[in-house]
Design a protein around this ligand. Structure first.
Ligand SMILES: *Cc1c(COP(=O)(O)O)cnc(C)c1O
Length: 375
């Protein structure tokens, strides 16, 4: 059995090496390293895959969130509602713009934004709701969009972990993560479900004007070179990364299926352990298993992590500290106890190895080790 890794980028690369190498070689031959044709071809290909009218690529997922907020004119005095249990990027970019991150607790089952908490957090200053589709399943978008509409608030989806996840509305309409709000943000960080070999990101929108603003913002705020209508950024997807993503996108459904296979194995083999709660998949969303995240009860999380490490099984804590208790955000004046679910999750979550190359032998070994755990 090969050593078990949290994410195995090498084996995946080797499996599709001829396609990737050829794509990279074509860019080298063209030397169009910035804004070469693969960048725009990839945008089109992704738009088609996701069912999005427009896709604008950019430097990374964090920039996608930042540019989305800028395109909606968010700044000082504006409030943006964000779940307290997430990667920090969304909170960070709101703070950078001088706007106020307003944090809300998450649901006990899905770990996504708690819609009741969201509704209570809306004020006349709320300009954006920023749900995160955590670990690969969609937040409760139907209710989030309803609240947004009622109060005339924009919605930016942080879909960085959920490319390809599908949400079904009560009227039967199905949409992909990132295509439901005003702007949806994706990351192509190497370990994401659609990862490039460096940094990359994209924004999706169904609004042509917004698309034009997003594009301009990522190009120093200019629609025409050296004429700057907006304060912008320099945020671009490299041609090399676009070419790699074009080679990988046709495999994305297979990648998601491979993760689903590993997840199914975990569900079967780990059910019935009363000190471990397995991820809950909500009815109206698919789960693309960017992470397979356990809740380890009875205070045994850290001990389990150590035990697994001793047996050669890596695991990760996403995330150990909720946003409201991070030192950088103390100025927001939150305190311990404000978001009890987020805080409890930080004490209980443990993500198991999850990638497209896990073998049945490896999965069997991981599960047997957990089932036999003497803790
Ligand atoms: C990865 C990630 C980001 C940031 O993406 P980068 O490409 O690393 O900037 C933002 N939000 C979430 C939820 C993420 O998982």
């Amino acid at each position: 059995m090969n050593p078990i890794q949290m994410v195995d980028l090498k084996s995946q690369y080797l499996r599709i090496k001829p396609e990737i190498d050829a794509a990279i070689q074509r860019v080298l031959d063209s030397t169009a390293f910035i804004q070469g044709s693969p960048v725009f071809d990839f945008e089109q290909q992704l738009a088609q895959y996701a069912g999005s009218k427009h896709v604008v690529s950019c430097g990374n997922g964090t920039d996608a969130l930042l540019a989305a907020l800028m395109a909606l004119g968010i700044g000082e005095g504006d409030e943006v509602i964000i779940p307290a249990f997430t990667f920090i990027a969304a909170v960070e970019v709101v703070a950078l713009l001088g706007a106020t991150p307003v944090l809300v607790d998450v649901c006990d089952d899905s770990f996504n934004m708690d819609v009741h908490a969201l509704e209570k957090a809306v004020t006349p200053k709320t300009k954006v709701i920023l749900p995160v589709h955590l670990y690969g399943q969609c937040a409760d978008m139907e209710l989030i969009l309803k609240i947004a509409k009622k109060h005339n608030i924009k919605v930016i989806e942080d879909a960085c972990q959920a490319v390809g996840a599908t949400y079904t509305f009560s009227d039967g309409a199905m949409k992909q993560a990132g295509t439901m709000g005003d702007v949806g943000c994706l990351s192509f960080f190497p370990s994401k479900n659609l990862g490039c070999y460096g940094d990359g990101g994209a924004m999706m929108t169904q609004d042509a004007d917004l698309c034009e603003r997003l594009r301009a913002i990522c190009k120093h705020g200019s629609k025409e070179k050296y004429h700057h209508q907006l304060v912008g950024l320099n945020s671009r997807l490299d041609t090399l990364q676009a070419a790699i993503l074009m080679a990988k996108l046709p495999h994305l459904d297979d990648f998601i299926a491979a993760r689903g296979f590993a997840a199914q194995y975990y569900y079967e083999a780990l059910k019935g352990l009363d000190w471990i709660e397995l991820p809950v998949i909500k009815e109206n969303t698919t789960h693309t298993f960017h992470q397979f995240t356990l809740r380890v009860k009875e205070g045994k999380r850290d001990a389990l992590k150590q035990y697994l490490a001793a047996k050669g099984i890596p695991s990760m804590i996403y995330y150990p500290v909720p946003a409201h208790l991070q030192p950088a955000y103390q100025y927001l004046n939150y305190k311990e106890g404000d978001f009890p679910v987020a805080e409890q999750l930080c004490r209980e979550v443990l993500s198991l190895p999850m990638h497209t190359e896990l073998s049945e032998n490896q999965l069997q070994y991981i599960c047997k080790t957990i089932v036999d755990c003497p803790l």
